[in-house]
Design a protein around this ligand. Structure first.
Ligand code: UGA
Length: 457
């Protein structure tokens, strides 16, 4: 079993550390935030992620997962060092790599034995070269033995533990046979394709994957806008496209646009990197621009229903950037609330997990914003109700009761997750994103004769 340390206990770091401990490796988790280490030592995770708390406790109880804020000690005791620190965007959209540089310097100071340095943070192509150069320049131990590997992660928040333990693929950017041997041993029990390539290619795979997924989302959102103009149905368009194996149905969910700590940042960083290299990145910039404008699709619908949003009470359900997380970074719900406050609306909001984070983020808004204890309190006397996060529990709400509580029965379903017919029957003015309203209904027959025939009812 390997002795490894994970530097940076954000999403990627916490999941990496606790999953490797679960796989019986000895893991030291390092973070310079001492408060976070204190809470973790008590078994309290710094954020909500299904299954994480259990894994942290398991690792602490069997002694495989320890914690420290002393990076020097952690590096000295480890053979493998995972770099999982943040790479936030700077004002030009480029990745700020100062934390990666700082960790590289710490590694350089502590090369007491052969170290395998694994780059897990999402970084621009060429970063591993800079890590090596920094170690070379700053290490007092000339001739120390180490190698750098790029092993990008493809975890989705909310499904991170499953994604880690059952990945679609493992990508290894490797430059020495020793590194290859150690990494293959580490991932020995994983049953998925392992792509071994050079380091720069591996770095690029991560950025290209996220940019491609973001592009799928912006593409389908653009098509959804067209559907609204011609009364076509975006879900059926996505189904019809998705049956083509070259396209695939995943990430063709139209809605409020992508958020989170990855896609918005990564697409900007990828475009900025291409720009620096003199490569035309218009495509990537358009993906980002379409996404930035998604909020107006909701605003336009509110104005269509209410005419004027000023002084209206809008209930916003969903503050997390997606379901199963309390993460509000780049969340469409938060962006909408800011816009509504600017327009003079009053907002009552609710989220099953992200309310505390949202309170901190939106503390400057003051009066026009209130946080409800439950969805029903949020919709009381509201002129419109907007769904911004695809929490499954929102689909199970009692809409009859909601109808009675609201001042005017307007629902904007930013995630296309509710049943239009039921809500219309209850008397709601129901808006969604690019789904045809009462025109045609598409179904797919699975019987042999009609196999794959698409019927218009
Ligand atoms: C994303 C990638 O999916 C991971 O593979 C990657 O490892 C991660 O970024 C990262 O770079 O760390 P994540 O941001 O956690 O993961 O969440 P996703 O499930 O990919 O969703 C991203 C955003 O796209 C969310 O706002 C979601 O609501 C939105 N989305 C997703 C859509 O609007 N439509 C879809 O069809 C799918």
């Amino acid at each position: 079993m390997a002795n490894l340390c994970v530097v940076g206990l954000g999403y990627v770091g916490m999941v990496t550390a606790s999953c490797f401990a679960h796989l019986r490796h000895n893991v030291i988790g390092v973070d310079k935030d001492e408060r976070k280490i204190e809470l973790l030592a008590k078994g309290i995770p710094p954020f909500f992620e299904p299954g994480l708390e259990e894994l942290i406790k398991e690792g602490q109880n069997n002694g495989r997962f320890s914690l420290t804020s002393d990076i020097n000690e952690a590096i000295c005791q480890s053979d493998i060092i995972f770099i999982c620190v943040g790479t936030p965007p700077d004002k030009n959209g480029q990745s700020d790599l100062s934390q990666v540089e700082e960790v590289s310097r710490s590694i350089a100071r502590n090369l007491n034995s052969h170290k395998l340095i694994v780059e897990k943070s999402t970084v621009p192509a060429g970063t591993a070269e800079r890590i090596k150069q920094t170690i070379k320049i700053t290490s007092p131990n000339i001739g120390a033995s180490y190698s750098v590997v790029c092993n990008p992660e493809f975890l989705r928040e909310g499904k991170a533990i499953t994604d880690f333990l059952s990945p679609d693929r493992i990508v290894l950017g490797i430059e020495s046979s020793k590194a290859r041997q150690i990494m293959q041993e580490l991932y020995r029990d994983f049953k998925c394709p392992v792509l071994v390539t050079d380091i720069t290619t591996a770095e690029l795979i991560k950025h290209a994957s996220n940019a491609f997924l973001a592009m799928k989302i912006s593409f389908i959102n653009l098509v959804a806008d067209i559907c609204e103009k011609v009364y076509a149905d975006i879900n059926s368009v996505a189904d019809g496209m998705g049956f083509d194996r070259r396209i695939g149905r995943e990430f063709l969910g139209a809605g409020t646009g992508y958020g989170g700590s990855c896609f918005p940042k990564d697409i900007k960083s990828f475009a900025a990197m291409a720009g620096v290299l003199g490569v035309d990145a218009t495509l990537l910039k358009e993906v980002d621009r379409i996404n930035e404008k998604r909020i107006f699709s909701i605003i336009n619908k509110l104005e269509d229903a209410l005419w004027v949003c000023k002084n209206k009470v809008i209930a916003v359900l969903g503050l997390a950037f997606k379901d199963d997380t309390d993460d509000i970074r780049e969340s469409p719900g938060i962006k909408l609330i800011r816009k509504l406050a600017e327009m003079g609306s009053r907002v009552n909001c609710f989220d099953p997990k992200a309310t505390n984070n949202a309170k901190i983020e939106l503390h400057d808004l003051g009066y026009p914003l209130t946080f409800a204890e439950n969805p029903y309190d949020a919709v009381r006397e509201a002129d419109a109700l907007v769904f911004m996060t695809n929490w499954p529990e929102f689909t199970r709400l009692d809409f009859q009761e909601i109808r009675q509580l609201m001042r005017t029965p307007v629902i904007i379903d930013g995630r296309n997750m509710l049943r239009a017919e039921e809500l219309t029957k209850l008397g709601f003015w129901y808006y969604d994103i690019g789904r045809c309203r009462g025109k045609g209904k598409t179904s797919v027959m699975q019987q042999s004769f009609f196999d794959m025939t698409v019927w218009e009812d």
